[in-house]
Design a binder for this molecule. Structure first.
Ligand SMILES: [Fe+2]
Length: 187
């Protein structure tokens, strides 16, 4: 479907969209692959942001000083997301999990997230959140920004990385991205 169809708020504005995994109220790990194809790029801005959430989380787990704090992100109440403007359905679950020996993620920061809810309910979560957010900067090894040109696409492991976009300005044509969500793994 075209991402500017429908009532999804993020698809209706030219504002930036903070990082997120697709499948706002889906169980962690359900939407394994997300594809974004650029039909019409923005005249200015609209870069796609990629954050390797699983790698950043693994880095915290590897460090003796942050392991205990970071493990709060595995809590069953670590992340509440709400389908804003779509019945406000919600799903509360872990931000990360370990499944079949792999870390999977639904780490998100966009307007669907209610982190304050979880900060009140999960010990050390605020500290873990701050440690991860500190790594979402342009010179971080876990962060990439790229601007897709016409007909260029990106295939993402939606259960491992998070993505977002920068704000943009249209000129003669409206920016148009085509999105596909899949429950299958990348092969
Ligand atoms: Fe998305």
């Amino acid at each position: 479907m075209k991402v500017n169809d429908g009532s999804h708020r993020a698809f209706q504005t030219n504002n930036d969209q903070k990082i997120h995994c697709d499948g706002t109220i889906e169980v962690l790990g359900k939407i394994k692959t997300s594809i974004l194809l650029c039909a019409i790029p923005a005249a200015v801005g609209g870069e796609t942001i990629i954050f390797n959430s699983v790698a950043a989380f693994y880095d915290l787990l590897e460090n003796d000083n942050s392991r205990y704090i970071a493990s709060s992100l595995l809590d069953m109440q670590a992340l509440k997301r709400v389908a804003v403007n779509r019945n406000n359905e919600e799903y509360i679950g872990p931000a990360f999990a370990i499944k079949n020996g792999e870390i999977i993620s639904r780490f998100s920061l966009d307007n669907t997230c209610d982190w304050d809810y979880s900060f009140e309910n999960v010990k050390l979560l605020k500290e873990a959140y701050a440690l991860l957010v500190d790594t979402i900067v342009p010179n971080s090894p876990f962060y990439i920004e790229t601007k897709l040109k016409c007909s260029q696409g990106i295939i993402m492991a939606n259960d491992k990385i998070s993505h977002g976009r920068k704000g943009f300005i249209d000129k003669h044509f409206k920016r148009e991205m085509i999105r596909g969500l899949f429950e299958k793994d990348l092969e």
